[in-house]
Design a protein around this ligand. Structure first.
Ligand SMILES: Nc1ncnc2c1ncn2[C@@H]1O[C@H](COP(=O)(O)OP(=O)(O)OP(=O)(O)O)[C@@H](O)[C@H]1O
Ligand SMILES: [Mg+2]
Length: 257
């Protein structure tokens, strides 16, 4: 008999509600991310995916519910303790959010540089080692975010998130606006981070090919709540009409031979 392996809970969201004035965005949200797992969150534009991520990282406060990271309750946690936990996370925001006044290499090592005192040479060396995996050239390190293309900025933001090998990765639309080749590079990177360093990832995406490549588990946000969850394979036999709409453009044979 196969021995059951119990994996650690990395993020657990229970009974989460969030509204803005009278606009209910999320209700009764429950899900768990386990150690070594890659979770994809899908849903139509405006369904509340980014709002969910912002609740998890404490940028927004839920109206109700619990968010546990590494078994610590984050809602109402004191600022210092919260910041200490958030340092374990690598996050990218949907709209980049790089520091305009810092060069790209300074952006990339920002979190680490604050913790470990690092000189310029070491910092740039580390930043270069990361951007190489993302198909970026060393020339961009000394430029400012405004001097590189949107797709490059996106990759610098990803480099910043993975710098220091955080065990928990949260990506909001990491491949949107990127060409398919760069998109698959990012997918590989997410997979590698999860599989080789035993990390866990949540990726919000509209890119269903990417979902098939990176996710162990998928959740669909629809009508303010999680209306479907399952594996990428299960999406292709699902009777949920919204899931069917999402997977329509995808040829499953490419992913599941
Ligand atoms: N700070 C805010 N104040 C008021 N309403 C907000 C705020 N942030 C988000 N919303 C609303 O919450 C809803 C969900 O927004 P959210 O950004 O989470 O959508 P999304 O699923 O990430 O969409 P997309 O795929 O386009 O990124 C939208 O109706 C949006 O207008
Ligand atoms: Mg969003």
């Amino acid at each position: 008999m196969k021995k059951k392996v119990y994996r650690k809970s990395i993020i657990k969201v229970s009974d989460l509600y969030k509204s803005f004035n009278n606009n209910i965005v999320l209700k009764n949200i429950n899900f768990e991310l386990l150690e070594g797992e890659s979770l994809a969150i899908i849903g139509e534009s405006g369904s509340g995916k980014s709002v969910l991520l912002k609740n998890i990282i404490g940028l927004l406060k839920p109206d109700r519910g619990s968010i546990k990271i590494d078994n610590t309750e984050m809602v109402n946690l004191q600022r210092n303790s919260k910041e200490e936990i958030l340092l374990r996370l690598g996050i990218t925001f949907q709209h980049g959010a790089l520091f305009d006044s810092l060069k790209n290499w300074e952006n990339i090592i920002f979190k680490i540089a604050n913790q470990d005192k690092m000189n310029k040479k070491e910092g740039k060396k580390l930043a270069f080692a990361i951007i190489k995996q993302l198909g970026l050239k060393p020339e961009i390190l000394d430029l400012y975010p405004s001097e590189i293309s949107g797709g490059m900025q996106k990759r610098v933001a990803i480099a910043r998130a993975i710098c220091g090998n955080p065990k928990i990765l949260l990506f909001d639309e990491p491949t949107s606006g990127l060409d398919p080749v760069t998109g698959s590079l990012i997918d590989k990177l997410i997979k590698t981070a999860v599989k080789t360093i035993g990390g866990s990832a949540i990726t919000i995406t509209h890119d269903m090919a990417s979902v098939c490549r990176i996710a162990d588990k998928v959740i669909l946000i629809d009508k303010q709540t999680i209306s479907w969850s399952g594996t990428p394979r299960e999406m292709f036999v699902s009777e949920n009409t919204k899931i069917q709409e999402f997977i329509k453009p995808i040829n499953s044979e490419i992913f599941f031979k």
